[in-house]
Write a protein that binds this ligand. Sequence first.
Ligand SMILES: [Zn+2]
Length: 263
Amino acid sequence: MEWIVPILSTLVGFVIGSFLNVVIFRFNQPSLTVFKPSRSICLNCKKPIPWYDNIPVLSFVFLQGRCRYCQTKLSWRYPFIEALTAAGFLVNSLTFAFTLPFPLALVGADVLAGALIVLFFTDLDTMLISDANTAFVIAGCALLYLDQGLRIDHSIFLINLITALIAFSLIYILRLLFKIFGNKEAMGMVDIVLISALALALGPMKVNLAIIVACFTGILAALFFRKKLRDKIPFGPFIAVGGYTALIAGDAFLNLIGFMPYF
Ligand SMILES: [Zn+2]
């Protein structure tokens, strides 16, 4: 029976991934919203895409990455985001227990994974993160926070809340100093809110891992993709990578380096 949750999670991940494609693709396009138009159309020939050409990953493979009608090449991003979301949901279902009556941690991790995927691509493309996107990150983190406090230890409520407040204050002060002395926007307010939300879900040990991974991947990307990424590099995508890495691999990492994990 234990294979049912991972399989269902993966299937749900494909469907949600298909929806996330719509959210990401229609972001920052004035004429489009997430719900309008309700059907996807081919950008080139404007023909509506029938349901059987909209099956996550499979349709892309079957159509060999081209529109059925006008043969325009479709972006590899569509199947990639669908597969990425499915993989994330599968990993979540293997990491977090399916607890009844309501699987707080699993739902929280899925909401967070989906929100981070949207954030990764929209921030990378436009250097913007929508408030709705930030709200979903906070909601996912809050569910994970609640689960740990209720199920594992009530003291986690206080510890993680203090961690989030310290993270917020420290980075806020750092940002202020950069502004005063360097006359530079070192980091957006949204980035600070995101890190604080992650601190609430991850707690004092794992949030450090998230920040280290975010900085490390950010520096690597800056070195390798300097020309592609223009002068300003968004930090959101790397916060997303760091946050999710710490969520899934945090305990294993802390064990590895000899810390006693809190949770
Ligand atoms: Zn077409």
